[in-house]
Design a protein around this ligand. Sequence first.
Ligand code: NAD
Length: 358
Amino acid sequence: MVKGLEIYREKKIFITGHTGFKGAWLVKLLSLSGAKIMGYSLAPNTEPNLFSIFEIEKLCKSIIGDIRDKENLTKHILDFKPDFIFHLAAQPIVLASYESPAYTFDVNVIGTANLLEAVKVLNKPNLNTIIITTDKVYENIEKDYAYKETDRLGGYDPYSASKAATEIVVSSFRSSFFNPNSFEKHKNKLVSVRAGNVIGGGDWAKDRLIPDIVRAINNQEELSIRNPNAIRPWQHVFEPLWGYLYVGKLMSEDKLIEGSINFGPYTNDTLKVIDMVNVAIKTWQKGSYNCPELKSTPHEANLLKLSIEKAISLGWTPQWNATKALEKSIEWYKTFYETPNKIEQITIKQIEEYFREG
Ligand SMILES: NC(=O)c1ccc[n+]([C@@H]2O[C@H](COP(=O)([O-])OP(=O)(O)OC[C@H]3O[C@@H](n4cnc5c(N)ncnc54)[C@H](O)[C@@H]3O)[C@@H](O)[C@H]2O)c1
C-alpha cells in the first residue's frame, strides 16, 4: 500500500494512456494501492517501454483501442463503471504536432469529447473524472510570469492549442452536463489538471530532453541540444501524479468539486536545459554534447512557469527539486541499462522514498 493512496483500495479506476510514460507509472502506483484498473490506449510506441518493463498487462485489464473510436471507448466505460477516470491519452509532443496538426487536434480535443460523452452516457453517481492537460494551455506572454489557473488560454503550436481547446471542452461539459450547481442531480465531478515537463525513469519518447540524453549516453553518441538556454519547470513524474491522485482523493471526500489546478515546482526551482544536461552527464559519469546553431527550428515557448498557489492551498506541495528529480531519473535509467534485474527493486524504492517523505 502506497502512503497517501489508501482511498483507492478496491476502487475501479479507468486510465487512458496506460501504455505511455505517465500512465504506466500511474497504473503501477494504483496497483500497489489495491485498485482495480482498466487501461485504454494505443499499443506502446517506443522500444523499450514501461508498459513491458512494469508488466502492466498483469496489473490491470488492458484494452488496446483508439480514443477516437467513440463506440469502443464508450462500450468499455459502460462495462467497467469506474469510480475514477484519469484521462492521459494524447498526442503529447510539440514537434509531432507540427508534422500532424489535424491528427493532434483529433486525438486531444475530439478524444476528450468522446470520453466525456461516454461519462455522460454512463450517468453514474459518485464518478470523479480528472482530465490531464499541460502548462502549455496558457497564452504565453514570454515574460517572467507564473501562470494562474484563471489566466487566458492560448497556444502557438498545434499541441498547445489542442490542449487549450481540450480545456474548453472540459469547461463546456462541466457547465452543460456536470454543473456543480446541480451536483445533487448528477453527482459527477470533473476537473482538469495542468502540469509542466516531467522527467523520471522509463520515458523513451522522441524529442524530449531526458530520453534524448539517455539514448545518446547509452549509444555513446554526442548529444545535440536545441534551445540550450530555454528555462523549463522540471519536475519528477511522481509530483504531478501525486497531484492528480490527491485531487481525486479530495473529490471523493467532497472537498473539491470543480475547476482546474496547476501542478509544478516552486517558481524559483527552474533550470536551463544546458544545466540539466550537465547534471545528467555528471550523475551518469559519462556523455558529451554540442549546441548546433539551428536557424529555422519550429517555434517553441521559451519560458514557462506555473503558479502553484491553488494546489498548495489544497494541501499539495512539491517534494523533489529539479536536481533531485534528475538524479532519481538517471539512477533509474542507469539501473535499467547496467543491472536490469534490479529495476523492480529501484522502482519500488523510489516510490517508497517519495511517498514516505510526503
Ligand atoms: N510528459 C510530459 O512532460 C507532459 C507534460 C505535460 C502534460 N503531459 C500530458 O500527460 C499525458 C501523458 O503524457 P505522457 O508523457 O505519458 O505521453 P506518452 O506519449 O508516453 O503517452 C501517451 C499515451 O496516450 C496514448 N494515445 C496516444 N494517442 C492515442 C489514441 N489515438 N488513442 C488512444 N490512446 C492514445 C498512447 O498510447 C500512450 O498510452 C498527456 O495528456 C500529455 O499531454 C505530459
